[in-house]
Structures are given as C-alpha cells and as structure tokens.
Design a protein around this ligand. Structure first.
Ligand code: MSP
Length: 525
C-alpha cells in the first residue's frame, strides 16, 4: 500500500448495558494496533470507536436501575467505556455515541433517502426476538434451554428465552440484494475475512435474503422514523450507520469522501450484520460498500465465549494492574491468531510475559544499553567493517520490516509480531556469539567491539519503531534511552530498518520488570 493512502478503521460500537470485559478490549486493541501502524506509516489514518445506546436491551437495563436510558448511557460512557480506552491505551481519533445529534439527524436523512427511493414499505411481522442479540431469530437459531429455562426454546448465543413479537413495522427490501451481495463477495474475495467467516456468510446469503424489519413501535428509545414518529428505527439499522455518520455523511461531504469506505473489525458473531445488512443498506443508498469486514474470533474462558452474562467476564484492569498495559496488548495480539478463537489463561500470559517480554526483549535492550554505558560511556561508536554476522542482522531487520508490513496489510497481526520476534531472537543469538564482554577485555578488539554494539543498538532502534504500535509505552522508553530523534510513534514504520543510531544512549529501567504473581496457581480472578 502506498504511503499517504486513506485508512479508515472502526471497531463495533459497544452496548452500554454493561461494563467492558477483555473480549471488548481485544477488539479495541487489535483495531488500535492496525491504526497505529498505518498512522506510523504515513497513511491518512482515522480510527473510530464508540457506543451503541438505543434499543430494548439498554432501555430494560436502565429501567431496572431506576434511571432514564440516556442517564444510564451517560453514566456508563463516563465511568466505564471512555475509561477503558485509557486503560488499554487506545489512540482513537473519534468516539461516536448513537445518541449524538450528528448521528441521529443523519440516520433520519439516510432512512428518508431509502424511503424516497422505494426501498421501504409497511408490513406485519411475527417472530421470535432475542433482546440480547437485538435480532429476530429463525427456528434454526434456537436451541433447547437448560436449568431454569428447561422446556423452553432459547437463543443459542445468550442461552436465554426469546420473545414472540407481533408488530406492524417498516421493512427494508433486503431481498433485492441477494444477487448483488453474492456478486460482491465473488468479485472481491477480501471483502469478508477470514475465509471461515466468508464461507459461512456466502452459504447464508445463497439461501436467499428476506426483507428486514427496520422499525419498532412498542417502545420509544431510539431514533424516530422521520415520516412516522410512532416508530423508532431498529437498533442495528441505527448502529451500523455510525460508521458513516461519524465520517461526515450528511454533515461534511469532504471528510466523508476522504474517509469512506472503511475497514470494519468486528467479532465473528456480528460479522453477518456487517457483511450482509450493512452493504445492502449502502447499495440501496447508492453509497460505496466497506473496504473490508474482518470477523475476529472469540476469547474463550473455560472453552466458552467469555461474557458477562455467563459470569465468565474478566475486566481488563484485572490484567493491566499486574502485568501493565503493554503486556496486555502484546499478549492478546501474539498468543491468538487474529481470526481464530483463543483461550485466555493466566498461566500462558505469565509465561509469555516472562520469556518473551522480560527475558527476550526487555533484557536484550537493558544488556546492550548497559554495555554501551560501561564500555563507551554511553557514546555510540562508529562501526568498522561489517562481517557476515553483522550483515545478517541488517538483512533480518530489513526482511522483518517488509514482512511485518505485509502481514499487517493482511490483518495478520500475530504474524507481524512473529516476524518482528525473529529479530529479537537473532539479536539475542548475535550477542551470545559475539560476546562483547570478551571483546572488551583486549584493547586490540576495540573497533570490533564498537561494530558489534553499533549493530546491536541499530537493531534495538528498529525494534522500537516496529513495536511501537503494539507496546507504545515500552517502545517510547526504549527510544528515549536510544536518544532517538522525535517521538518513536512518528518514526516511519515501513523503513524501520533504516534507522542508523543516535549519538549516545542513556540508562534504561527494566522495560518489563519481574512480577510477583498473587498466588502461583490461584489467578487473580
Ligand atoms: N452493539 C453491537 C455492535 C454494533 S456495531 C454497529 C454489539 N456490541 S457488544 O458490546 O455486544 O459487542 C461488541 C464486540 O465485542 C463484538 O465485536 C463482539 O464480538 C465482541 N466481543 C464480545 N465478547 C467477546 C469475546 N468473548 N471475545 C471476543 N470478542 C467479544 O455487538
């Protein structure tokens, strides 16, 4: 991808019925790493996140807590969702709330345009509705309940009973888009990723789409249908539009033309809304479809999708307070293949922290900087002639820079990290073989010692630049110790390997200090 191209990336907007857990944080961190990488590459990057505040689910939670839905949403946004962003160091450019005027007004504009173009009609609907999913369910989506719901049909995702609804609603002619969507998936194989999600969605659409009920009359917590204020807009129809209302649709044509289309990072459970309903809505409005919809896997706890409603939710602070923000970000990006499910375990987190971050990377940085301080008073020596081992490090720096960028462009964040770690491992091996401490004993080896430490410090600079999108705080500390110019987050990531070293180094505190775990086999759950 050429430098300077537009990169608009979004997370799903989160329901404010509850507080965030690490599953939500996972979506945020992955999107943030991609945004930071592209920003650091000089692309015209815009990163959007936000909250989904309308609908029956939020209304019920607010009512149960004795407040209005808007009061409830304000409270959760202030006390839980905005703080999440600082807890895990998210670099979003915008935060949209579906109760923002800029959103509500342009949801109405969009709907009116669809109505005027003949894509909306009135009809009757009767079906089973899951308030947890905010979605009508087909019989095939339901399973037999267990425990207190034994004998009832329940939603397969929420394990709670569905409700029979019968309403007179407005419908969107989604069935018109069965073939256009299939054509889109075929002509653009990257539109839905990964393959497993793509195949599932193609199978679903091939069965033929039915029209979609897009309004509700039985409650009023939502955007009013512009031509009939006895109806509110169906919450998913409202929510999906955040991606364009935040980008300037209806309010700033220039910004909209510059940002849209965007890349959507979503959990695989909501990929269907994004890869079927959303592009159909956009096609009907004559707008461009998204660039890509990527459905990532679930964080599993005890083999099940982690969720608050099933009481398996883990709050992000439970991890960051012990391991720090960078380790949180690194762990989830490294340990789980982006696109697959992954089991979270405290043991795995602690083991990777120790071997990869503390020993592999942190110690490498501390040792090289300590040797430069001891042998050269911190001044970075000029290199003599490079031998094959030094050249090999340069080659690896270049190779992993290119490979990591290619992996990021495929949204394979875990592969990018694996590539970068090849440099960490090679540098560790290089130091072991070159033995700078042995070279330091004989003044005749002074030039060689300088070459080795110069090569090593350049490698560290490359690592700081490449790792800044994933572990921004540690990368910034390292960059300061290397006396790199400016801020590490402004260093061009696609030419990370070209960094030639600053004038001197300054001492570095351990980047990933030893951690005393609360109890060896008793996680801080
Ligand atoms: N409000 C809708 C999205 C509207 S987007 C136009 C929604 N919100 S949510 O808060 O329930 O979920 C937000 C995201 O969190 C989804 O992508 C969902 O997949 C993700 N996750 C929730 N639990 C998760 C895990 N256990 N693991 C990984 N991601 C999880 O859906």
């Amino acid at each position: 991808m050429a430098d300077g191209s537009s990169f608009y990336i979004t997370t799903p907007i989160f329901y404010v019925n509850d507080v965030p857990h690490i599953g939500h944080a996972y979506t945020e961190v992955a999107s943030d790493v991609l945004a930071r990488w592209h920003r650091q590459a000089g692309d015209d990057t815009w990163f959007l996140t936000g909250t989904d505040e309308h609908g029956q689910k939020i209304l019920r939670t607010a009512t149960a807590n004795g407040v209005t839905p808007k009061e409830w949403a304000d409270r959760l946004v202030e006390t839980a969702w905005l703080p999440l962003l600082s807890t895990i160091n998210i670099s979003n450019d915008d935060f949209i709330r579906t109760t923002d005027e800029r959103h509500e007004k342009n949801v109405q504009l969009f709907l009116q345009r669809l109505f005027d173009a003949g894509f909306i009609y009135t009809g009757e609907y009767e079906g089973f509705y899951c308030v947890g999913c905010e979605e009508y369910k087909q019989a095939g989506d339901l399973v037999d309940g267990t425990g207190q719901y034994a004998g009832q049909q329940v939603c397969a995702i929420h394990s709670k009973p569905v409700e029979l609804l019968e309403e007179r609603n407005y419908f969107f002619r989604m069935s018109d888009f069965t073939q256009p969507l299939l054509d889109l998936y075929e002509s653009n194989p990257h539109f839905i990723q990964p393959e497993s999600v793509r195949n599932e969605i193609i199978q679903f659409v091939k069965q033929g789409l039915t029209d979609l009920s897009i309004s509700r009359q039985s409650f009023d917590w939502g955007v009013k249908v512009p031509w009939d204020d006895t109806h509110v807009v169906y919450v998913w129809f409202d929510a999906l539009l955040n991606y364009i209302t935040a980008a300037g649709y209806g309010s700033d044509d220039e910004a909209f033309a510059r940002r849209w289309p965007g890349t959507h990072i979503v959990g695989k459970d909501i990929a269907r809304f994004h890869a079927v309903i959303w592009p159909a809505m956009l096609m009907a409005a004559g707008l461009e479809v998204p660039k890509q919809v990527f459905g990532h896997g679930w964080l599993l706890v005890g083999g099940e999708k982690m969720s608050k409603s099933k009481l398996t939710g883990i709050a992000p602070e439970q991890i960051t307070e012990t391991f720090g923000v960078d380790a949180f970000r690194y762990y989830f990006m490294r340990a789980i293949s982006f696109g697959n499910d992954g089991s979270f375990s405290w043991e795995d987190l602690a083991a990777r922290y120790q071997s990869e971050l503390a020993n592999g990377f942190g110690n490498l940085a501390s040792r090289i900087i300590a040797m430069l301080t001891r042998y050269f008073d911190g001044v970075i020596p000029s290199p003599g002639e490079l031998d094959a081992a030094d050249e090999a490090i340069r080659t690896t720096e270049r190779r992993v820079t290119v490979a990591a960028d290619a992996a990021i462009n495929r949204l394979a964040i875990h592969e990018a990290l694996a590539e970068i770690w090849e440099l960490v491992d090679e540098l560790n091996g290089y130091i072991t073989i070159q033995e700078p401490w042995a070279l330091s004993k004989d003044p005749a080896n002074r030039e060689r010692l300088g070459t080795v430490l110069h090569t090593a410090v350049r490698g560290l600079g490359t690592l700081a630049v490449l790792l800044s999108p994933v572990i921004p705080d540690a990368a910034a500390k390292l960059w300061t110790a290397l006396a790199g110019e400016g801020h590490v987050a402004d260093q061009p990531v696609r030419s990370a390997w070209e960094w030639t070293g600053g004038p001197a180094v300054v001492p570095l505190e351990p980047l990933f200090p030893r951690i005393e775990l609360p109890e060896a086999d008793e996680p801080a759950a």
